[in-house]
Design a protein around this ligand. Sequence first.
Ligand code: T4K
Length: 410
Amino acid sequence: MITLSKPCWADLAILGGKPAFTTPLNVGTPNVGDRRALYARLDDMLDRRWLSNDGQYVRELEHRIQGFLGVKHCMAVCNATVALEIAVRAAGLSGEVILPSFTFIATAHAVEWQGLTPVFCDVDPTTHCLDPRAVESAISPRTSGIIGVHTWGRPCAIDALTRIADERGLTLLFDAAHAFGCSHGQTMIGNFGLAEVFSFHATKLLNTFEGGAVATNDDALAAKIRLMRNFGFAGYDNVVSPGTNGKMNEASAAMGLTNLESIDEFIEANRRNYHAYERYLRDLPAFHMLPYDEVERSNFQYEIVELNDSALDLTRDQLIKILHAENVLARRYFFPGCHRMEPYRTRFPGAAALLPNTEQVASRVVALPTGAAVSEVDVETVCGILRTVVDNQRILCRRLSGATWPRSKE
Ligand code: T4K
């Protein structure tokens, strides 16, 4: 049973009613662990006057993550974008790298930034992850690697991609920005391919304010990444490889250690919200919630609904505007797809025709707010708005056609 926050369509904020939320309900409100533990670590850090450069907290965070993932090496980095760039470089990729267009722009930019060519490949419309058959047909003599993305924290087709990479002699990396705390079977994400990259950005399950990490079981790669993340320095005054400044600072590591201590609570809050959304939206055919496979470990970090055109007269973007007017800042990740953003749009003008599933998924997806800062009552309120919209869509279409929609961020 759901208590409708907007029992009447005329109460909707887009039509002049009061917004359901007085402050914005964001997708990606940061999870924050025990503040006292954080402040104690920050005090200790300031007392010791060691703020960056492979400090005690960075080492401790890396060690804890290795244990959590059951992986040999974890290298903390300043953010996942730089971590991807370093991983691509350290893995020796060259020429073309196959990756999905349906991903955050950082996946493509990390490849392009290294002077390589991203080759955009279509996704499976049911999982939103790379379609292995499309990957096989995108391989050319210039292909050196594949980057699979565990979109929304759901493992991509790891086994099929591993087989393809092995058979074709390609390097396989994973962008696991969304997948910290998730598993494939009984094995934690972080153990697959040559290396996997996590994001610890403020909006992620585990945040270090800004941050990321590379996980690998390959000793040689780990050694290279450690060098490259610190300008290639192997001791004082001795630079042995090209490198960049990818170091994580101590305040970020302190935040990471503190949040890692609360990770079970964060996942539990996401799981509770996922089940609440599922319960409230189950009987609305206009929305299809992407399911999580609860046999595997999951972080339930993204609540993703796909709109069913045949049961909804409003467009996805109209729905987003209705939600934004209510202060529900739902997002249309990853619209419009990397292939429609620069420099790729200009460079590959025909890409859209090769990516029909990407085009379709990018036009239908809505990411809804979740996280430890979003309560079950908040979820009920959001779903109440969605129900009112669906129940009154004909009249809403009439009332809103020609109306000036409020400006949204996008
Ligand atoms: N690969 C993939 C597949 C990724 O999704 C990402 C990042 C990366 C690689 C690269 O990781 P990093 O280099 O960032 O570590 C957000 C995040 O900024 C980005 O990290 C994330 N993916 C992406 C999916 O979402 P935007 O452009 O939506 O960010 P923004 O600033 O709009 O933040 C989202 C919402 O979160 C805001 O509307 C408000 C809320 N928010 C945000 C911050 C920073 C807060 O409430 N508090 C905050 O402190 O990209």
